[in-house]
Ligand binder design. Structure first.
Ligand code: WT7
Length: 674
């Protein structure tokens, strides 16, 4: 009976207008709140979305404390909710509580609904799906946890995971969480050098990988990449190798066959009691220097934030099949493939393939077969697919979809409209979600919202519960009112925020808390529209976004500068109609060096591919003998950005350059090159 009533209210929420007409606004939202956020009964006078949002930011400890108690299971309850000092960059949530993240994501569902499907693995090979129940996932997590323990991995140790998306990879992450090891997932598209850098920086002695990976029908020699990385990391003690293809791969002293080792282990492992502020994982992301930052997230606050955002942004209901197509190597995969959906006891899809394999209908074919209720993807894929026309979408039944999500970069109007009208048939809300590796979960998003609140195309619009955005000018003043632009900051703490950077708390403070004292600075620019909605205007630092992948231009410059003939380089991002942005390099050769331009370009591209990844390879490389610099020697990238896209009528003020004639030279060189 209760379930029937719940279903009714749920479907009513999706077809908002009908009910609105019958019951009026506040009663309707009130019924939604009492069904989906029963916690509201303990928040005084909260009857509407606005009242709930206001309550969440005005009484954050009551709000988050209540949700932490009701939505997570604790081993030792917390007595204190938050203890944060944004002036110092010191963040603690639920600091005296203890819980286990893997217990919350797996056991509590396996205990009640053991045969419910936890993961649906949409393998690269079309039409090959593997399902794994909560009970099976629990056994797998425990076995891997026991393998790690038998191998001597202890609480606090760092385990690097370099694997394609698969149930084993998810189980490996959860196995670390179970025993209190810190996982460090490295996207399996990164090169051996990039992997080695992340292994070393995180002081990781253990690696989990697979023999090979398969993506878009192509085999990727994952184990070989790991072997090359391990050669550069003498501190690595063991490499656990899972099986993906079963093809034979080179085998070394440190290698252990993961499946063989699991066979000898028990399928029960007691979950470790973890303090809320113990580290859960590190995840490397690009910053404005050549060195990636190991962002650290802790246990309870991160899990709570991933749990609550998943539930409310995507309106997750019982029976839903949640499809986030991100790779587990990025934060989106951590929060919305693994931790958020599983903590809610949802069925989560693991997408191993690409949007165009075997053809441009792959996503929608999957939607029809698996009956996805939510689809969460990146604008770059939407832009790519829309070019192939509507027929690839319309061929498939997408009527199971209720919510469409976009993440990783701004979504342009054309892509948003196509996503909404063609993919969603005009029926599903499209949520453009703004957040970052550092924020742990979604921060600005059109949903949740009040029942009559419309979604404006192509912007994230509204802060999530408990999130207080602030737009600051360069004098650190918060801009009030609407129709203002400035630095996108957050002025009060939320549970999902990053706690530090591995081995460099100073950099953490200087990057996020020093620029605008008392605030978290995201690095993005932001506009609050005349209607009071938030729109992200792009990065304010030297970070670019290539197909939703964050890349520091300095990382690319560092690689180019390693070339023997190079004196100096400057890399900027230029607009690209599918990738969003793509790197473009300006290079000065050393005195007396001449190169064959074509050959030089190939060498540099190869180096970048080997040292970073193929997404970091520049679209164009221009040899020059001068760069636009200020008198103090700072490269004015603003000018290079314009030259790279031939937008030379709007160069702005060049009078502060040490040698303004450089600009004309660059323009004519660029003309000759393009
Ligand atoms: C940067 C964070 C968010 C998880 C995946 C990427 C850009 C992200 C949006 C959006 C405009 C966006 C920002 C942000 N970004 N989402 N909806 N609209 N820009 O995480 O690699 O940490 O990158 O991606 O510039 O700072 P990330």
């Amino acid at each position: 009976m209760l379930r029937v009533a719940q279903k009714l209210i749920e479907s009513a929420y999706t077809s908002q207008s009908k009910l609105l007409a019958r019951h009026g606004r506040s009663t309707r939202y009130h019924s939604f709140l009492s069904t989906h956020m029963p916690e509201c009964s303990s928040f005084p006078n909260v009857k509407s979305h606005k009242e709930l949002y206001d309550y969440s930011v005005q009484h954050p400890d009551n709000f988050w404390g209540t949700l932490a108690s009701s939505r997570l299971e604790w081993i030792k309850p917390f007595s204190k909710v938050s203890n944060c000092n944004m002036n110092e960059g010191s963040i603690k949530w639920f600091e005296d509580g203890e819980l286990n993240v893997s217990y919350n994501c797996v056991d509590r569902h396996a205990n009640v609904t053991p045969s419910k499907v936890a993961l649906i693995w949409e393998k690269d090979e079309p039409n090959q799906v593997e399902k794994i129940t909560y009970k099976e996932l629990l056994a797998k997590v425990c076995q891997i946890a026991n393998v790690l323990k038998s191998q001597g991995v202890a609480k606090g140790d760092c385990v690097t995971i370099y694997m394609p998306v698969s149930p084993t990879a998810v189980a490996a992450m959860l196995a670390c969480a179970r025993i209190g090891a810190v996982h460090n997932v490295v996207f399996a598209g990164f090169s051996a050098e990039a992997l080695a850098q992340r292994i070393q920086s995180a002081s990781s002695e253990t690696i989990i990988t697979t023999d090979q990976a398969v993506r878009g029908g192509k085999i990727i020699p994952l184990k070989n990449v790991v072997d090359d990385a391990v050669k550069m990391c003498p501190t690595v003690k063991r490499v656990l190798v899972g099986t993906r293809t079963g093809n034979s791969v080179p085998w070394n002293d440190k290698d252990i066959n993961l499946e063989e080792a699991m066979k000898h282990e028990n399928d029960w492992c007691e979950p470790e009691a973890m303090n809320s502020e113990d580290w859960l994982f590190t995840l490397y992301t690009s910053g404005s220097t050549g060195k990636p930052k190991g962002i650290v997230h802790t246990q309870a606050g991160y899990l709570l934030y991933a749990t609550v955002t998943s539930k409310f942004v995507f309106d997750i209901q019982e029976g839903d099949i949640f499809g986030c197509v991100a790779d587990i190597g990025w934060i989106t995969g951590h929060s919305y493939v693994v931790y958020g959906p599983l903590s809610n006891g949802t069925t989560s899809v693991l997408f191993e393939s690409t949007p165009t394999y075997p053809d441009q209908g792959r996503y929608w074919d999957m939607v029809e077969r698996i009956k996805l209720t939510q689809f969460y993807g990146a604008p770059t894929a939407i832009r790519l697919l829309l070019k192939y026309g509507d027929s690839w979408v319309k061929k498939y039944d997408r009527s199971s979809l209720r919510v469409l999500g976009s993440v990783g970069e701004p979504i342009n109007h054309e892509a948003w409209e196509w996503y909404h009208n063609v993919v969603g048939n005009g029926k599903c809300p499209v949520v453009d979600t703004w957040w970052q590796t550092e924020t742990g979960g979604i921060m600005i998003t059109p949903r949740p919202s009040g029942p009559s609140d419309k979604i404006e195309p192509a912007m994230p619009m509204r802060p999530f519960f408990g999130v207080s955005p602030a737009i600051l000018d360069d004098k650190h003043n918060e801009l009030s009112g609407n129709d203002v632009s400035g630095a996108c900051c957050i002025k009060s703490p939320w549970p999902g925020m990053a706690r530090t950077i591995v081995g460099d708390h100073k950099r953490f403070f200087e990057t996020y808390y020093k620029p605008f004292p008392g605030h978290y600075f995201s690095g993005d620019g932001c506009h609050r529209t005349a209607s009071g909605y938030y729109q992200i205007t792009g990065r304010m630092d030297d970070v670019i976004n290539v197909s939703g992948h964050r890349l520091g231009t300095a990382e690319v410059e560092d690689v180019i500068d390693e070339h023997d003939a190079v004196a100096e380089s400057a890399v900027i991002g230029c607009a690209h109609d599918i990738k969003g942005e793509t790197p473009y390099a300006f290079v000065i050769l050393k005195e007396g060096h001449t190169v064959d331009e074509k050959e030089f370009g190939e060498q540099v591209r190869r180096m970048i591919k080997e040292k970073i990844s193929s997404f970091a390879v520049p679209e164009g490389i221009l040899l020059t003998d001068g760069l636009p610099k200020t008198r103090s020697g700072k490269i004015m990238r603003r000018i290079l950005r314009k030259i790279a896209v031939n937008d030379i009528d709007n160069l702005g003020d060049v009078s502060t350059l040490a040698d303004p004639s450089v600009v004309d030279k660059l323009i004519s060189l660029k003309r000759g090159a393009s």
